[in-house]
Design a protein. Structure first.
Lengths: 437, 309
């Protein structure tokens, strides 16, 4: 036990003192926050840009549509006539909207055109089209002598409330939350396995190429060395993740302090909206927030937490021992390619399957891959927030444990023989032979 | 005195390949034991089994009278042929780590390292990384790490490779000193002159089998061919030569012109003794050189391997 501790300590410090590790640990949160700030900043810049659109409304019907907003201003050039307005707009405005003179409301929709230097964005056009359609609709209703107020009264906003049979309310927001929670955990495991599995493999190859391996295993059992390496790297990885979480949290906090008011402030835009709409929006966002909080409470957080720990350990141990075996089997990192594919495959499949699992968390595909031990750490974690029968979790965990023991046994065998083999790259057939040494 | 190590009937196969076939050796306490053999003969396999890196398929190994067990690794110091150190780790840290893996406490290891680093005059390397050292310098560190925990049994596989002659001598003296202090040493090498200088006992392994073992000088006796090199001074060398060749077998002859000396290697038959030869020659000429030809370790090695082939 004392030796295992020594090995873990050495592996941990060898990893942590490594320059690239230090740089990655410090730089990653800065990069992340930097990128985030850049996006926020660009968004702000974008929305600060005000476009002025000129319009010529020869129909004289739609003038009331053009209300300035924070991002778009309208200038009425109807008095200039279309030809002059075009010249004027080309010189000093973003674009010119032309509504021709019409005989009847039925033909108005066809003649409207927009002139501009560059192609306007879809959202801008859509926005204008929506406004016009709404106005024309109101005009038509008036023309047909319908009571506008009555028609307004027929409009309803349907919001389906979903509830499971035991009476717990859920919502779309809840589904999104579940997707984020499950997907996030699954993805975290995926990243961790790839980054630190590779790191275990590199460390094994380093010991082989520096030829220290035989000196070490004359003092400790190869299995102890392998286990110590895997655990030491995992600890370094966990430390890195913790540092990332804390520093990203701190930096985000700082960034919100700097950009915060503008980044989150929406009252500007709201000020120009119909007060009714604003109220409605505020109401709905409040209820959404409440629902989200309630949903958060509804998530099986304890199950998620413990299963995360379990699947994280199981998945990482299985894959990193395979990585260790690969490292032992080859002489240099360039030789690892042919063995890497079969390892990455189940991981990639797990992530792809994960996406469909989020859509249909209880389908046969989801069930199958959440039981299959090489994909279960990722897929099952993605399913758990949606509620998984306990027996499925139990079977999946049992399978994972059995596989874990099997794979570690198998990897340890290959590792034990491989670390003392130099020279040519072994074939799969030779690896099989090593199992019997 | 007894044996520090007894290997009895050890067999080891890898798949269809037999690495060791019923090999037995005994290493007496306080001796330097040469483990010799051509490349691929099975030496490294045997050494790895003694170090418990691999397990034998059958056979027993006793260390100081006890059946080999995991805790015995603390009593063995092993310098493998394929050796190295962590390149990016500091010399001191690394030596401490390896010493602790051999069961020393941190304080003990520090104390001993200080002693050895001073002895080799390398104390200022403590904070250097291995990649900053030359190969020979790294080998010194490696040697220290091997002997640091004062093991009862030391196993050196080609210990002199990578050393210049000065440092090779330094290491040789250290090995002999360790023996004098009570350690037993297994020494595997292809450099036969170092076998002559160092080894008290040898075992020769070829094609997975042990073909010779015992005290070096006894083996030499076994392998001697009853040949003598003589130097004779005579005025009529041709007559002398033909006269001798009618009585004895002359395997080589060469004339040294400066002092008129005739140098011959004469082989004796089983019924002839060196006394007969001296008497015969003494009557014919003046003898100024007479020596029995003792085979070198190199000769024994080549001959034994050729016979085994």
């Amino acid at each position: 036990m004392g030796k295992l501790k020594l090995i873990i300590k050495r592996e941990f410090f060898a990893k942590v003192k490594n320059k690239s590790f230090i740089i990655m640990t410090i730089l990653s949160p800065l990069l992340m926050v930097g990128l985030f700030s850049l996006i926020v900043f660009l968004n702000q810049k974008n929305s600060e840009e005000v476009r002025t659109i000129a319009y010529v409304d020869d129909s004289q019907l739609l003038d009331s549509v053009f209300i300035n907003t924070s991002s778009t201003k309208y200038v009425n050039l109807t008095a200039l006539g279309i030809d002059e307005a075009r010249n004027e707009a080309e010189k000093s405005y973003y674009g010119l909207l032309y509504i021709p003179k019409i005989d009847s409301l039925n033909t108005i929709s066809t003649g409207i055109s927009f002139y501009s230097e560059d192609t306007p964005s879809l959202s801008l056009l859509g926005d204008i089209e929506n406004k016009l359609e709404k106005k024309i609709r109101d005009l038509k209703i008036e023309q047909l002598n319908f009571d506008v107020a009555k028609i307004k009264a027929t409009e309803t906003n349907v919001d389906i409330v979903t509830e499971n049979f035991s009476g717990e309310k859920s919502s779309k927001i809840g589904s999104v939350l579940r997707m984020i929670a499950g997907g996030g955990f699954g993805y975290l495991i995926f990243m961790f396995i790839i980054i630190y599995g590779t790191s275990v493999m590199r460390s094994v190859i380093e010991e082989k190429t520096s030829r220290i391996i035989e000196v070490i295993i004359s003092s400790v059992k190869p299995f102890q060395l392998m286990l110590g390496k895997i655990l030491g790297n995992a600890l370094a990885g966990i430390l890195q993740f913790i540092i990332w979480m804390i520093s990203a949290g701190l930096l985000l906090f700082v960034v919100t302090l700097i950009f915060g008011p503008e980044a989150t402030n929406t009252s500007n835009t709201m000020g120009q909206m119909n007060p009714e709409v604003v109220q409605q929006m505020q109401q709905s966002s409040v209820t959404d927030l409440q629902v989200a909080l309630a949903e958060l409470k509804n998530l099986p957080i304890l199950t998620m937490f413990f299963s995360f720990i379990f699947y994280f350990l199981g998945g990482y141990l299985i894959y990193s021992s395979i990585y260790a075996a690969i490292g032992a089997a080859v002489d240099s990192e360039t030789d690892t390619q042919q063995f890497m594919m079969p390892v990455l495959m189940p991981l990639m499949i797990a992530i792809y399957v994960g996406f469909s699992v989020i859509e249909n968390p209880h389908g046969p595909i989801a069930l199958g891959f959440s039981l299959f031990p090489l994909t279960s750490p990722i897929v099952m974690l993605m399913r758990i927030p949606f509620g998984v029968p306990w027996w499925q979790i139990a079977v999946s965990m049992a399978l994972l444990l059995v596989t874990f023991v099997g794979i570690v046994w198998f990897a340890a065998k290959i590792y034990r023989v491989g670390i003392l083999m130099y020279g040519k790259k072994p074939s799969y057939k030779e690896l099989y032979k090593w199992l019997k040494y | 005195m007894g044996n520090i190590l007894t290997v009895e009937n050890v067999c080891k196969t890898y798949g269809n390949f037999t690495a060791l076939n019923n090999v037995s050796i005994s290493v007496p306490k306080g001796s330097v034991f040469g483990l010799l053999g051509p490349n691929g003969a099975g030496k490294t396999s045997l050494i790895r089994i003694i170090n418990q890196i691999t397990l034998p398929d059958s056979g027993t190994i006793l260390l100081d009278g006890e059946v080999l067990q995991p805790h015995h690794v603390h009593q063995i110091g092993y310098l493998p042929e394929e050796r190295g150190l962590y390149k990016s780790m500091k010399v001191g840290e690394q030596a401490l780590y390896l010493a602790q893996l051999k069961g020393l406490s941190e304080a003990e290891a520090k104390k001993k390292l200080k002693y050895w680093f001073e002895k080799f005059g390398i104390s200022d390397w403590w904070n250097k990384k291995i990649q900053e050292l030359s190969k020979g310098m790294a080998q010194k560190v490696q040697f220290i790490v091997t002997v640091l925990h004062s093991p009862k049994l030391l196993i050196f596989d080609e210990p002199f490779s990578g050393f210049d002659p000065i440092n090779a001598n330094l290491i040789k003296d250290e090995i002999l000193q360790l023996r004098d202090e009570g350690a037993s040493i297994i020494f595997s090498t292809h450099r036969m002159e170092s076998v002559e200088e160092l080894c008290d006992y040898i075992a020769l392994i070829d094609k997975s089998n042990k073909i010779i073992d015992g005290k070096l000088h006894e083996i030499k006796q076994q392998f001697k061919t009853n040949e003598f090199e003589v130097g004779l001074i005579s005025n009529s060398k041709e007559n002398l030569l033909s006269e001798i060749s009618s009585h004895f077998t002359i395997s080589t002859n060469k004339e040294i012109s400066i002092d008129n000396e005739l140098r011959l290697v004469i082989g004796l038959k089983d019924n002839e003794t060196s006394k007969d030869l001296i008497q015969y020659l003494n009557d014919k000429a003046q003898i100024n050189h007479f020596t029995e030809i003792i085979p070198s370790a190199n000769d024994i090695f080549l001959k034994a391997v050729a016979n085994n082939g």
